[in-house]
Design a protein. Structure first.
Length: 481
């Protein structure tokens, strides 16, 4: 009790409160990174559509949930976080978006076609409405472009690389081509920040110039990792590294997975660009989206500030803030362990079975990147194999090469012109009794399938069947609307 006793006697002398006349007018617009038009639009729609919520927040919530009007009950649990300021409702740092503006915000969130997890993280940082997460999931699942260009199903086990202690200390690099132009890519092993610069040619000199440009922005890394391609194996490049005091490490040419961080970054950029109309904006959206499990974006980890993107956000979010590096490193390592666990267990486990009528996308055939829309017709007699229909033709595909899709994502102009793609049909409708012959040059998963009996002998797919492990599978009964 000594301490509080002493402190209670050592209080500060009373200072008179500043007079109200000292208050200066403050505009909320100064705290929000948003155009004036958008601000007015938000205010108007909030006034019109969220009037009841606004009034309740301003007048105070009732004591018990039962007294709250039914339409406001979803907000009951978060009532302590809700505030109204200048006609706009906030939940914490997030702006509550009125219903009629939600579609517009969803489009902005998904503008660069980032995946579900990234889109959710992007949105959660600045926006809020009840069921926002499921709305985002719907939007991404039903996006045609995302269904057209998706990742291959996971195959090999993940080998995580160690996280360096500081941003831009260890940087991976590679050249890649996109739309017959050459680009230099660097990826920071710490922040996952991806830098991309256009190169004049494939030469060593151009690669060095590109790298110098990137290092002038972020500093010189201690270590560069590359696959040891001709640009990086030259004397010129060795001289450049020596001059700049960089250690150059190359991955074994027989083990490309050693340079996985870079390969993944190249894939990320290509996937973004295939779908994006604005390449630079797509990169900005990737860089400003919080990393899974860390809640800081690559650019924040690298530069300590969150640059503005097209989403409306509070200015506070854009203010540079210090973060706890130890904490971030722990989270990054934890995240890597998680990724490895899910990646490895996913590739090992069986995929859930498909049913006739399910909307799917077929893995691209060699030389193509496009996942074509298709509908499951029936199971094939051989395990994990299906007959699917796409553009009026039937194909036989292993389940590894089929991904679930939605009707919305499949119903577009792409469905009509897909026959132009080089998908070799397995069988035509009128030739269904001929023995299955797989087109040559397909991936190994097709070749592994044993030749099956003719399709007249295939099991009736609508009926329940039992898997090899003894699990009974029943297809859901669908409403035939
Ligand atoms: Zn998309």
């Amino acid at each position: 009790m000594y301490l509080p006793d002493t402190l209670s006697r050592a209080y500060l002398p009373d200072t008179p409160h500043p007079e109200n006349t000292d208050l200066e007018p403050v505009s909320t617009l100064d705290f929000l990174s948003i155009t004036e038009d958008k601000y007015t639009e938000l205010q108007e729609h909030t006034q019109r559509e969220l009037n009841q919520l606004q009034t309740t927040i301003l007048n105070g919530w009732p004591n018990v949930r039962q007294e709250v009007p039914a339409s406001l009950r979803p907000s009951w649990d978060s009532r302590s976080e809700l505030a109204v300021c200048d006609g706009i409702i906030y939940k914490g740092m997030g702006i509550i978006v009125p219903p009629s503006l939600r579609r517009q915000m969803l489009n902005l969130v998904h503008e660069s076609h980032l995946g579900i997890v990234k889109c959710k993280q992007r949105a959660r940082e600045v926006l809020y409405w009840p069921a926002m997460n499921s709305d985002i999931e719907e939007t991404v699942k039903n996006c045609t472009k995302c269904a057209d260009f998706q990742r291959k199903q996971p195959a090999e086990l993940l080998i995580p690389t160690e996280t360096p202690g500081l941003p831009f200390m260890m940087v991976g690099t590679d050249l890649f081509e996109f739309e017959s132009k050459t680009y230099l890519l660097t990826v920071d092993y710490y922040s996952k920040f991806i830098g991309v610069d256009r190169l004049e040619d494939l030469g060593s000199k151009a690669a060095i110039e590109g790298m110098k440009a990137q290092f002038s922005r972020h500093g010189i890394p201690e270590v560069i990792r590359s696959d040891g391609g001709p640009q990086f194996a030259s004397k010129e490049f060795a001289r450049f590294c020596k001059e700049y005091g960089i250690t150059h490490k190359t991955s074994s040419p027989h083990l490309p997975s050693a340079n996985m961080e870079v390969e993944r970054a190249v894939q990320t950029v290509k996937r973004l660009w295939r779908k994006a109309t604005d390449k630079q904006l797509a990169l900005l959206d990737y860089r400003t989206t919080p990393l899974d499990g860390v809640n800081l974006s690559p650019v924040q980890l690298l530069m300590g500030r969150r640059p503005r993107n097209k989403l409306p956000s509070l200015r506070d979010l854009l203010t540079p803030t210090a973060y706890n590096r130890q904490d971030v490193m722990q989270r990054l390592d934890h995240q890597k362990a998680n990724q490895k666990f899910y990646h490895d267990s996913k590739s090992a486990s069986d995929l859930p079975p498909l049913c006739p009528g399910d909307q799917v996308r077929m893995a691209p055939s060699p030389g193509s990147k496009m996942w074509n829309p298709a509908i499951v017709v029936k199971r094939h007699a051989s395990p994990r194999s299906y007959i699917v229909e796409s553009g009026g033709r039937e194909y036989r595909r292993n389940q590894r090469d089929l991904r679930r899709s939605t009707e919305a994502a499949n119903t577009t102009e792409h469905c009509s012109d897909l026959a132009a793609d080089d998908n070799t049909p397995y069988l035509n409708n009128n030739q269904s009794s001929s023995p299955p012959t797989e087109p040559c040059g397909r991936s190994s998963s097709h070749q592994q399938e044993p030749a099956a009996a003719s399709s007249s002998e295939t099991s009736r797919p609508d009926e329940p069947y039992t898997t090899r492990s003894g699990r009974a599978v029943r297809c859901p009964q669908r409403l035939d609307l």
